[in-house]
Write a protein that binds this ligand. Sequence first.
Ligand SMILES: Nc1ncnc2c1ncn2[C@@H]1O[C@H](COP(=O)(O)OP(=O)(O)OP(=O)(O)O)[C@@H](O)[C@H]1O
Length: 258
Amino acid sequence: MDDSQPLLSLQHLSRTFGGLVAVNDVSCEIYRGEIFGLIGPNGAGKTTLFNIMTGLIPPTQGQFFLQNQSLVGYQPDQISQRGIARTFQNIRLFRDLSVLDNVLIGRHIHIPVKLWPGILPLPKINNWERVARTEALDILNLLGLGARQSEKASHLAYGEQRRLEIARALAVRPQILLLDEPAAGMNPTEKQELCEFIRYIQQTFQLTIVLIEHHVPLVMGLCDRIAVLDFGQLIALGKPETVRQDAAVIAAYLGDQP
Ligand SMILES: Nc1ncnc2c1ncn2[C@@H]1O[C@H](COP(=O)(O)OP(=O)(O)OP(=O)(O)O)[C@@H](O)[C@H]1O
């Protein structure tokens, strides 16, 4: 693919809930390999935009494209198969399943239909399972969780659970990873480690990353470009140093930030 072309293109996306305009005519383009930040005050529409991009809710208006293919109307699993994976603001793990099984669940969207039981012989299915387990374990090892593979997810520390959520999203083999407030609930040291971790997975898995984050120093230090939403509208888009000095952004959001 030509890297001068956007990987993800949002075109005039809007979403209303009753009379409330949660996302209002948002257009922007995200390029391969970027770490792209999405910031804005509470209720600005950030998660709603993620929910649209992952097929959880349809936009009221507008389109979004992955490599020129419109994904409006696609279900979450179809979008995931095409390369967009996400984590959630509140950790959503299967707490009673093992660490490894949590990652395998992410991997299972790639089971080819022809491998479903009853269609192909058992050895083929077993082979697929073996490959899936090896890949899942590779991801866990890369994320420093390999030694914990058999433990229940609920036994992991908070920061480890966040990493496990990311491991599960990576098992989808995404091109784009959407992280919804990955630093929520972390102390300053953990936030610093998270920054390094995000850079590490971006390079190791050749990802494009879009992250929602309230911690401004983290976003400014980590992201290549930042989009700022306010009352559903895109009020600024650019490099961190440009966005930081934008009068509308300071008035809407940065004024009371550290
Ligand atoms: N399913 C829904 N039904 C009704 N209103 C909704 C729904 N989802 C979101 N909203 C409203 O849409 C607006 C945008 O919400 P959203 O969660 O996208 O904001 P946000 O920028 O992610 O906020 P935060 O930083 O607090 O997570 C809010 O006013 C919210 O109450």
